[in-house]
Design a binder for this molecule. Structure first.
Ligand SMILES: [Zn+2]
Length: 253
């Protein structure tokens, strides 16, 4: 076994951050700057967190969707989110804005892990691009979880997410998390709660895949420096949940 130390400030860092009205982004994020890269060569002004950008382009390539599916909005600074919110208030009024535009620090777009996608057309709505459930958009949806993406604001989850159904807004959470969410019809709020039933000290969640065994569990951030023991040879990923702890993913081959 080897000891890994989880630092409490890293609760606010990682691919599984829950960002919503109840759990806004914190000042802490400035201690963990994300690596941002352009979403593709033609749209250098649209940035995403590096892994998110790589997996999105692999997913689009795998379905031959590069000309038909257009990234509309990726990473936003706090100032940009504030401007979009205020502009929408003026243009669309408060009912619409509260339904579709998050307040500054409550927007996933500030994490670099979210992307709004639109089906190619002459005119694409910036706030609510069309992204349907059939054709190339349907192909995208079928493969999204394997590449770590989920439709973040699903139909029927409005009271939990606090945001209206947004067929165009995808969030990178990574594999196998996206797959577990999809298979169990969980939105991110529910998934973060679900994983807590698999604590470090207890029974872990196992996903069997051919010769692979993927293990997922939750560690509560009880100490400023939280030591955990992990098997020597397994590769692992740690993500904070932006609430109160960490989600650990172990890959056993
Ligand atoms: Zn969005």
């Amino acid at each position: 076994m080897r000891t890994v130390i989880l630092d409490k400030t890293e609760v606010y860092k990682g691919h599984l951050l829950l960002v919503n009205q109840e759990h806004p982004l914190r000042e802490h994020n400035t201690y963990h700057p994300i690596r941002l890269v352009p979403v593709n060569l033609e749209q250098k002004d649209i940035l995403l967190e590096a892994t998110t950008a790589t997996l999105l382009s692999q997913l689009l390539q795998s379905i031959g969707g590069n000309n038909e599916i257009i990234p509309i909005s990726g990473y936003r600074t706090r100032q940009e989110q504030e401007k979009i919110f205020n502009d929408s208030l003026l243009e669309n009024g408060s009912t619409f804005t509260k339904q579709y535009v998050a307040l500054p620090d409550q927007s996933e777009h500030q994490t670099g892990l979210a992307i709004d996608l639109g089906k190619y057309s002459e005119e694409i709505d910036f706030l609510r691009p069309e992204f349907i459930y059939t054709g190339i958009c349907g192909e995208f949806r079928k493969k999204a979880a394997k590449y770590g993406f989920v439709e973040r604001y699903g139909k029927g989850k409005e009271t939990i997410t606090g945001i209206s159904h947004e067929p165009w807004h995808f969030r990178y959470v990574g594999y196998p998390h996206a797959q577990i969410m999809q298979d169990n019809r969980l939105c991110l709020e529910e998934y973060i709660a679900y994983i807590k039933a698999y604590p470090y000290e207890g029974k872990h969640l196992h996903i069997k895949e051919n010769t692979k065994d993927i293990e997922v569990f939750y560690v509560s951030a009880d100490l400023d420096k939280m030591p955990i023991e992990l098997p020597e040879n397994d590769s692992y990923q740690v993500s904070g949940n932006n609430v109160d702890g960490f989600i650990i993913t172990l890959w056993r081959w």
